[in-house]
Each structure stands twice: as structure tokens, then as C-alpha cells.
Write a protein that binds this ligand. Sequence first.
Ligand code: MIC
Ligand code: SF4
Length: 641
Amino acid sequence: MGKTLAYKLLENHLVSGEMTPGEEITIKIDQTLTQDSTGTMVYLQLEAMDIDKVQTELSVAYVDHNTLQTGFENADDHEFIKSVARRHGVLFSKPGNGICHQLHLENFGIPGKTLLGSDSHTPTGGGIGMIAIGAGGLDVAMAMARGTYSLTMPEVYNVKLTGKLRPWVSAKDVILYVLQQLSVKGGVGRIMEYTGDGVANLSVPDRATITNMGAELGATTSVFPSDENTKAFMEAMGRGADFVPLAADADAVYDGVLEVDLSTLEPLAAKPHSPDNVDSVANIGAIKVDQVAIGSCTNSSYADLMKVAEILKGRKVAPDVSLVISPGSSRILTKLATNGALADLIQAGARVIENACGPCIGMGQSPRSGGVSLRTFNRNFKGRSGTKDADIYLVSPETAAYSAIQGVLATGMGKEDLQPVPAAELTPNDNFIVYPEGTNTENTPVQMGPNIKPFPLNVALGEELKGRVAIHAGDNITTDDIMPSDSRLLPYRSNVPHLSDYSFETIDTGFPARCREYQSNVIVGGENYGQGSSREHAALVPLYLGVRFVMAKSFARIHRSNLINSGIVPMVFVDPSDYDTIELGDTMVIENALEQIQGQEEIVVKNITKNKEYVMKPELSDLEKEMIRYGGKINTLKAKQ
Ligand code: MIC
Ligand code: SF4
């Protein structure tokens, strides 16, 4: 029986465990990346582990999220990260260099290697045949300290591509189509592996757009083969020597398949407020647009921005539209500046902003109240733009640029020609990277600004776990709901006490006060609880607010791990209809908690208020049970030292 590419790459890195879906495996991690909004926590945790040099082949600390610097907080965080990076042999990418995932593809990614990143869109690296996985900060800190990562062996799901995209249809439409078919939980417990004749018709930036948004499917990661297009990309980045050809066996067997004929796809859009709420641009119709935002780790490549420049050249952004463009990297912006495309963008009326995440994470450029914003980004969760009542649509760069001119949602398909963008070499720019060179780097003093507060720690599991239901939430609750992020809050990513006042702000402003009143708390959620980002603040803030366990219909992968790393028990309803019988304020208790959680597959949670009993499954591996027992990962490490 032939092997899938994902299986081969994992097998090459296997340290322990059986490679059967659902079993826990430990793999060697070759590279790690962090970004600044999760990075401060990662490096605080790394410091707590008391190591000298990192154990990976390469670790990079990027600064791309918190670049507004409206006060001292962000700049202090940057200094902190830079000092710890130097101390432990980590490369530091200065703010302004670009977005971590784009930069990693350009500068450091290598086909066949493993990459663990403290950001959910780390699977962008799957575009060049890496096994690139997003994880919580503590897992990334551990990977730096030990060079390994443990995960549940996923199934490998095949997306088989045939045909060729038509002009005005792009990689973004491919992944929006997959999301429409499979939904935001369609990838949970899976690696999405792309194969078929159609693969050869997609460039690396196209593939990276698709693997990037595999995060929105909830997938563990996504991967493309490494082929002639990969070679061309690596050469254009000045790294031809790093190319390695990789593919699945011809007779590889998959756990499921979705066939996509690229030549039949049309321009699509994800409507508010979920990336899988997809319809065609034609069906949605010519809705009036207030803002168009082009960029993010999904669609800020050189090819994307050149398509945008071609569409805008010699034309004018509609009077009622604000068009904002954030290039993915310093290399890309340099190329646009030297070939004249930047002038075309500005001349048309575009606002070109810093090479960073920017509006994608609500760091500036919030749309007007009740406004409509078309974005080439990957998430359109309610409130994420910084404007609670704005309607965000996710679209391709082609659709975004054409709509910016028309002032309404529109595609140029069938109306205008659009030429493919020829590949171009992007001159390397090392001047934004600080290398940890020299002797005695381990003596570099750690720079801690006053905004950096210690992270909360749980306590060992007691005989009884008891708490009151502080929120009864619905399906697909995002980490943006649990711990919102925007220009007000992102500067406080190293200050959990401050963040705690805003938890669940978008859906229930009473949550923090209720938690403080009850003191010991329970969260109840629906399907896919904790989807979205890797931010462990969505676990650390509830921990700080006294949350002891979470009862849900199902969990998203990274958030579930973050809860366990914090010593909070995630549990799944055996009978999902139990969910409906629970109300806010109910008192829940797990008797003999230690014995039940450590020993049994199914445990009983008593609802004392309603006099009911619920059978729940914690579904914990042996390592996870240990973490719950000691009260989280850090406490486990300490206990076992
Ligand atoms: C996001 O896109 O939501 C983020 C901001 O990049 C997060 C990380 C974070 O919350 O810092 C992610 O995707 O993991
Ligand atoms: Fe940055 Fe947005 Fe990508 Fe997250 S999704 S890494 S905020 S660009």
C-alpha cells in the first residue's frame, strides 16, 4: 500500500508512538517560528524552562502583529523578545520586515522539514511541502527547549485537483470552495493533502494561500507536493539549493477525498461572519462597498499584489471606497517599488501601509459603523475588524481590486482580460534580521517592560472539581470571542490581568464579572469550541478568571491543547442533548475528580442545581492526563524535575 506525503514526512520525523489516526505521536521539530502577539508568552515560558540554546535547527522570532506602538507596551514587548531571542540562539525579524508566514516561506522554509509555529496559520509552509503546524505558545516553547512536539496522529484527507483556474479566479476561490464543501470543522483531526494534475497549475504563492486557510477548516495542517514549481520558487528566493522534490506514492491510500475541477470554479466570497459562509460573487450581487483591504498572510504575495496593480493601473478607486494595501514582506515591497507597480497602486488612490498583519487583526483600518469591507484575509469573525457591526466579506485579490474600482462587489470575469503574473526574483533583504551571533549570548540580559506580568499557573487536581456555569455559549465559538484582539487589547498580550476584563466581550459582556462573583467557574460550549487562532490567552485568561473545566459538544485542536496545557479539563458531551438542559449559574461538580479523570474514559458531572447527571468524555492521552493531574504543563515539568 502506497504512502501519502504527509505520512512519509511524519514517519521521517517520528520519535515515538504509533502512526494510527487518533493515537498520540511525538515528532522531531526542525524549525519553529513565533510572532510577537503570542511570542511574549512563549519567551516568558521558555525563560521559565531555564535552557541555554534552543534544540531546533532554526528558530525565528517575528514581529508583525503589534506594530502600531501607540504607547510603550508594544515597543517594550519587541525589546523583550529580541533580548530573549539573542540569549537562546533565536533569529529576530524586526518589525517592518513583513508577516511571519510570508517571511518564513521566502527566507527559511525547506521542503520536507517540520515547522511548529505559535500562530494558527503556520501551515502556510505546507505550500512548499513542509509539515507546518500551528500550536499554543507553550508547545512551541517546549519544541524549542526539547526539539519535539506531541500530537494526535491525524487522518490524511485528499483534495484532488484537476484542470486550470480561469482568469479572475484564484487560489483564494479554491480554498473558499473547499470551505463551502467541508465547513469550518471539516478539517478537524485531518491533514489536507493536495494532489492531482491541477497541482502543476498552481504556483507556490497559490498553494500557500490554500494551505494557509486550511487553518479555517480546523485542519492539523495542509500539504502540497514539492515539484518543479517549488524549485522555481526557491530559486526566485535565492535558495535553489534548499529544494527537495517530494510527492505521495502513486498508489497512496487516503482517509477521504474531495475532487475539485479548477476549471469550473468561479469567483467566491465568504459572507459575514464565518469563513465557510461561502457563495459566488454573482449570487451575492453588487452590494455597496465602503472599504477594501488587501494583504494578510493569505494574500499578500508578490504575484497577488502585481495582479492588483495590473487591475488598478491607470484607474481610480471609487469615491466611497477606502482601499488599503499591506504588502507581505520587505522583499515584495522593494520589488513593487523598483518595478513601478507601487506607483500604480498609489496613483489609483490606494493607502499603502506597513508590511504587517495590520487590519487583519484589527490593528488599525477599522471600517465605518455598519460598513461593508471586502478583505483578502482569512477570517471574518464578528468584531475582529475592530468595528462590531461591520460586515466583512473574504475575497480574492482580483475580486477585491476590481470591486475597489467599481465601488460594489464585482468580478471582472467575462468583462476584461487579466494576464498571468510572470515569476520574478525577489532580492533577499537581510537587513531586518538580527542574528544571535557572538560569544556569551546566553548572558544577554532580559529586557522586561512594566507591562509584562507573570502568566497564571493552575494548581494540582484536587478530590473535587466544582464551579458555576459562567457562560453557556453556542457552536463555533472562536478564540476571538473568548479573548478578543484588536488595537486596544493586543498591546496587553503579556498582561493577562488586564485582558481578563474583556473575555467574551463580543458575545457576553457579563462573563468576567460573573467569574469574579462565582470564583470557581465552568464554561459550556457547543460544537467546535475554540476554533480559530492559536492564542493561549484564550485559555490563560479563563484560568486567571477561575475556570476549572469546559463542557462542549466538540473542541478545536489548538484550543483544546491550550486548555490542557493550562490544566483546564476539556470534556465532550456523550449525549449532546444534555447541553440544552444546562443554564447560566448552574453548579457543576465532578466528585472523585482525580480518580475519574485519571482512570476512566467516561466521567460523571453532576448538575447540583438541576439535580441531573451528565456523562462526559475528557478523551485525554496519558501525557494529557498527567498535565491535568499536576495542573498544567509547566507544573508537570516542575514536578518531574
Ligand atoms: C490570528 O490571525 O487570529 C492571529 C492573531 O494571528 C492568531 C495569533 C494570536 O492571537 O496572536 C492566530 O491565528 O493564531
Ligand atoms: Fe497576521 Fe492575520 Fe495572518 Fe493572523 S491571519 S498571522 S493576524 S495576517
